[in-house]
Design a protein around this ligand. Structure first.
Ligand SMILES: [Zn+2]
Length: 137
């Protein structure tokens, strides 16, 4: 189901782990991401009303949508500073990010994945994972 994207800093709380019972969150993330695709590169479940650790984003290199369940960044290298915007916030925020990261997450079939990402895709992943940890930007 396409959900409204909620605005405001209050939505970003430390989220709960996803379980196999929460797959409706993924369906709604996919539908909402598709509906907002032209002004959105990633979404966290908190932004559509679920306090769950799930994110969705476009992998810029592989040109495909990735769903990450319970994602954790296990390695981060090459820090830089950037200003980021967010569909749930009105103004840009300065933040430190890492050019290359390694992420462990479960895919839609609850298979564990360990993958490295770099560049803009890595930045989007860091932004969305921060949201699931209660960090605004
Ligand atoms: Zn955001």
């Amino acid at each position: 189901m396409v959900k409204d994207i909620i605005k405001g800093e209050h939505i970003f709380l430390k989220a709960e782990d996803m379980t196999a019972m929460d797959m409706n969150v993924i369906t709604d993330l996919e539908d909402t991401f598709k509906a907002n695709r032209k002004d959105c590169v990633g979404l966290a479940a908190n932004m559509i009303g679920y306090n769950k650790r799930a994110i969705i984003l476009e992998d810029q290199e592989e040109k495909k949508t990735i769903v990450m369940i319970n994602p954790v960044i296990t390695k981060a290298e090459f820090p830089y500073n950037v200003a980021e915007g967010c569909l749930s916030l009105d103004e840009m925020h300065p933040i430190k990010r890492y050019r290359r990261i390694k992420v462990e997450y479960y895919d839609k079939n609850f298979k564990l994945k360990k993958k490295s990402f770099s560049g803009f895709t890595a930045e989007v992943i860091q932004h969305e994972i921060d949201h699931t940890n209660g960090i605004i930007i």
